[in-house]
Design a protein around this ligand. Sequence first.
Ligand code: SAM
Length: 230
Amino acid sequence: MKNDGNLYVISTPIGNRDDITLRALQVLKKCDIIASEDTRHSGSLMSHYGIKGTFLSYNDRNKNRRIPLILNMLKEGKNIGLVSDAGTPLISDPGYQIVQAAIKENIEVIPIPGPSAILTALSVSGMPTDAFAFYGFIPKKGKRRKLILNSIGNTWTTSILFESPLRIKETLKAIYEYCGNRKVVLARELTKVYEEFVRGDIEILLQKIDNNEIKLKGEIVLLIEGNKNV
Ligand code: SAM
């Protein structure tokens, strides 16, 4: 009989620290190791919940060294919780390779669901939610950028992007070029003190940005309404 531990993929808040599930707290408490993107950040979050935890850094820079180590610990029967800095691990965050490696080794990978900026923004966007496409952070240049912009231009579904405040204006202009003057929602600082939703079409948003009516600070999810002619 195998006595492997489990790999738990645990969602944590995207801002408001009250947005964590009871199950996430229970599982985090019982994990032998918490593998996290930034151990200082996660350590401070866990101490807020009264969880001491033993932390191990797992990120895109050290993943190749960490994967064999984590697999060994799982095979020794240790339970490992994977968290990222915010929201659901693996969603534009590290974790995909360790999950893939654990599945290959027949180790049980258990999701502990919770917040993610994607669904949080979509749920109040006022845009159709029955089908949507998520593109993460779109590349700054190259073929994939064009493919994504074309895809946003041609799809009937709501499109969702993560974007930095430094690039949002440029991204809005690129979407305008490929898709015309679509309706968009800029969801900023979700669940935080300065949470803000700016709704309008691209021309209006660009005008507001130029007039400094929108604060381009913090974290942003951009939603683009689907092409109504498709
Ligand atoms: N794993 C996270 C999740 O499930 O939401 C996403 C991590 S990704 C590295 C970070 C990006 O997600 C930010 O740059 C922003 O685009 C978006 N994001 C995360 N938290 C957010 C928030 N509170 N408000 C708005 N956007 C957020």
